[in-house]
Design a protein around this ligand. Structure first.
Ligand SMILES: *[C@@H]1O[C@H](CO)[C@@H](O)[C@H](O)[C@H]1NC(C)=O
Ligand SMILES: *[C@@H]1O[C@H](CO)[C@@H](O)[C@H](O)[C@H]1NC(C)=O
Ligand SMILES: *[C@@H]1O[C@H](CO)[C@@H](O)[C@H](O)[C@H]1NC(C)=O
Ligand SMILES: *[C@@H]1O[C@H](CO)[C@@H](O)[C@H](O)[C@H]1NC(C)=O
Ligand SMILES: *[C@@H]1O[C@H](CO)[C@@H](O)[C@H](O)[C@H]1NC(C)=O
Ligand SMILES: *[C@@H]1O[C@H](CO)[C@@H](O)[C@H](O)[C@H]1NC(C)=O
Ligand SMILES: *[C@@H]1O[C@H](CO)[C@@H](O)[C@H](O)[C@H]1NC(C)=O
Ligand SMILES: *[C@@H]1O[C@H](CO)[C@@H](O)[C@H](O)[C@H]1NC(C)=O
Ligand SMILES: *[C@@H]1O[C@H](CO)[C@@H](O)[C@H](O)[C@H]1NC(C)=O
Ligand SMILES: *[C@@H]1O[C@H](CO)[C@@H](O)[C@H](O)[C@H]1NC(C)=O
Ligand SMILES: [Cu+2]
Length: 600
């Protein structure tokens, strides 16, 4: 018989029977618990009601609908500001049972929700309390256009310098598009350490639903500290170049097999899955966000059909699917009718592709409970039929994703061919190149501020990877992938038209639906394939275009597109943005910043 002490040691160390509390897994976050609220169709606000007839149930965006309004030219302006105060700090958490240091937002992982109505102003004060070790930071608001506030895009070296540890920056920008997105750090690979959270902007709906379940955060999870992973991928030892994710989480939750832990790190097999509620017969809106550092995810709900109604910030004509695929940074709105039994419990599944990515544990799970289900029992449902991974590493075909509001792109005035590749450089590092050059940015400079001063000539070393499109009215980029790994390509400041994508090289002709091509802000580029994207230069700024796989952008897969520099020179940059560079330059005089990667 084992002694009591041995049993305590057994349970304490190996932890088979110890269920973790919500605080131990996710600190103050309520994501993935049955306490998390559902969301209204829009936020009511006293100041809005003053402008509207009493008792009015009309939305703050008035008569605008997904079908009748061009969101790029006619967003509403509500005059309402939604204020947030974020403090970033390190803390211990065990999201999947494995204890590690996570970078938290207001002591939460995943970070708290930013919620607004279309046309509101979002104002976020970011207090950098990332200590032990100290790190700079900057937050990016993925997918917003930042028209008129181009300096608040949150990329160090592009529009600002990093926020010095102990200091703050208040970002303020319009919720110019509606739907679902996320914020994340753009400093090194910090977001892979947990520094991210969802954004929900209420707007018109193109398809009815009853209950908004809010954001569903899908993400791979690495047990090593993010900076240790950066050190490994940035080393000259080729055995370190491929970094496998340890787990796949939904709402920052999942279970892990702690018998795999050999170094004594505290680990519990019973961290617990995220839980959601379905009401029988009702239609539920799920706002899927792929916040992975690396993985392409396939999402499904056992026994249920998904009706896709939006891609990124773009409503699309509804189509049905038994599973959907999202690359890093991509979002999908799906409506799910609760057609199951009233005491039913079903698995929500999020699988990372084992062909396109490097997961040790690819299967993310969460539980969906109907009204009469026992919420303490795990579902026993079987997965939907899935034909198997075809290895193309792409998302839904362009011919099925039709934007609700049709826009025909103009004839491009500039067509730029860009080749991306992977190579080992002269010092033996694995780098990702754009037209032969791996980016390495300068944290002490911000290109937007230099352009604002009229300086458009930058040193080639370290390599800033700047592309100036000047005053071209419409820019087409033909991006060729010269190697055999797929990448989620993200652009800042625009929703890009996706004119074509495929294997091999583009024929310089074929465009899918030229009168209304797919639009989004992140597009998957296949292995040895191409994408043809285009945007109108209606937004003067310095706009990064990069792979959204954290370790690839770290090793150089990044360019900065300068758009309409003459207009940048005229723009009224706030003092607070200029001060980030003054403060960072002062800080780096006495503090060493170990920038071993591209910096972004
Ligand atoms: C923001 O939060 C920090 C940390 O909790 C606090 O010190 C500060 O006073 C808050 N600022 C505002 C404007 O509420
Ligand atoms: C700042 O971080 C430290 C260490 O992680 C923590 O103890 C402290 O509570 C944090 N301060 C705030 C205001 O969050
Ligand atoms: C998220 O994106 C990554 C990288 O493209 C992918 O491997 C993963 O499967 C995606 N996850 C979902 C649920 O779509
Ligand atoms: C999608 O499936 C639902 C049932 O879940 C059905 O009512 C609807 O007509 C289908 N829509 C399309 C576009 O096929
Ligand atoms: C997801 O993985 C499960 C195994 O956990 C499998 O049964 C299912 O078919 C997969 N679904 C998709 C869409 O990849
Ligand atoms: C891509 O990189 C590989 C490895 O360095 C090299 O052999 C190949 O020629 C490159 N391809 C292009 C198109 O630059
Ligand atoms: C190779 O890439 C690494 C990582 O970015 C960089 O530190 C190193 O300077 C590069 N070597 C050369 C010769 O450019
Ligand atoms: C422009 O800025 C770069 C980077 O700071 C600097 O090297 C260069 O000398 C500047 N050029 C002019 C004309 O000021
Ligand atoms: C368009 O871009 C090309 C290539 O960079 C440049 O030479 C040309 O001057 C630009 N046209 C305008 C109108 O800015
Ligand atoms: C497409 O056009 C580019 C630039 O003119 C050229 O280099 C390329 O070979 C063409 N591709 C095909 C398939 O014709
Ligand atoms: Cu990549």
């Amino acid at each position: 018989m084992p002694t009591l002490g041995a049993l305590i040691t057994f349970f304490g160390v190996v932890g088979h029977a110890v269920a973790l509390s919500q605080w131990e897994t996710n600190r103050k976050s309520t994501w993935g618990t049955l306490d998390n609220p559902t969301y209204p169709k829009w936020l009511s606000d006293p100041s809005i009601h003053q402008l509207q007839p009493r008792g009015s149930s009309s939305p703050p965006w008035g008569a605008r609908t997904a079908a009748n309004t061009n969101p790029y030219t006619s967003p509403p302006v509500t005059g309402v500001t939604r204020k947030y105060n974020f403090t970033l700090s390190r803390g211990l958490a065990s999201p999947d049972g494995y204890q590690k240091h996570v970078i938290l937002v207001n002591d939460q992982f995943p970070g708290p929700l930013i919620e607004a109505n279309w046309g509101d102003t979002i104002q976020v004060t970011v207090n950098n309390n990332i200590t032990g070790p100290d790190e700079g930071t900057a937050l990016h608001w993925h997918g917003f256009l930042q028209k008129g506030t181009q300096w608040f895009d949150g990329v160090p070296s592009a529009q600002q310098c990093p926020i010095v540890p102990g200091q703050s920056l208040t970002y303020s920008f319009q919720a110019d598009l509606y739907g679902t997105s996320w914020y994340h750090s753009h400093f090194s690979a910090q977001y892979a350490g947990g520094l991210l959270g969802p954004i929900l902007v209420h707007g018109p709906t193109n398809e009815d639903y009853d209950i908004d379940l809010g954001p569903v955060i899908l993400a791979d999870w690495f047990h090593k500290e993010y900076f240790d992973i950066v050190k490994l991928v940035a080393s000259t030892d080729s055995s370190n170049w491929l970094q496998y994710s340890d787990n796949n989480l939904i709402q920052g939750k999942g279970n892990f097999d702690c018998s795999l832990v050999t170094d004594g790190t505290p680990c519990s097999n019973n961290a617990g899955y995220a839980k959601f509620r379905f009401q029988k017969g009702k239609k539920h809106l799920l706002r899927l966000i792929n916040t992975s550092a690396a993985g392409l995810e396939r999402f499904s709900i056992d026994g249920h059909t998904l009706t896709v109604v939006a891609n990124d910030f773009v409503p699309v004509q509804p189509y049905n699917a038994t599973y959907v695929t999202l690359g890093v940074g991509q979002r999908l709105h799906v409506i799910v009718e609760a057609t199951g039994a009233s005491d039913g419990a079903y698995w929500m599944r999020s699988n990372i592709s084992e062909i396109c990515n490097l997961p040790l544990q690819p299967h993310g799970l969460a539980a969906i409970y109907y009204d009469d289900a026992d919420t303490n029992a795990l579902p026993t449902s079987a997965a939907n039929f899935y034909p198997g991974d075809d290895g193309t590493c792409t998302t839904d075909p362009l011919d099925v994703t039709v934007p609700y509001y049709a826009i025909e792109p103009s004839v491009p005035s500039l067509t730029q061919f860009i080749t991306v590749n992977e190579t080992v450089n002269a010092t033996g590092h694995l780098v990702w190149t754009v037209d032969g050059s791996a980016a390495h940015v300068d944290y002490n400079k911000a290109i937007y501020l230099l352009a604002n001063e009229g300086n458009l000539t930058y040193p080639l070393e370290p390599n800033w990877n700047v592309y100036d499109v000047y005053d071209n009215s419409s820019v087409r980029l033909v991006i060729q992938n010269a190697h055999d790994f797929s990448h989620p390509i993200h652009i800042h400041g625009h929703n890009i038209y996706i004119l074509a994508e495929g294997e091999g090289t583009w024929d310089n002709k074929t465009i899918v639906r030229p009168n209304n091509p797919q639009r989004r802000d992140t597009q998957q580029l296949r292995a040895n394939g191409y994408i043809v994207i285009q945007y109108e230069t209606d937004n003067p700024g310095v706009w990064p275009l990069h792979c959204h796989i954290a370790w690839h952008v770290s090793m150089g897969f990044y360019i900065a597109l300068i758009e309409r520099p003459d207009d940048i020179q005229q723009s009224p940059v706030p003092k607070a943005i200029k001060n980030t560079c003054t403060a960072w330059n002062k800080y780096t005089k006495s503090n060493f910043v170990d920038q071993i990667d591209s910096g972004v």
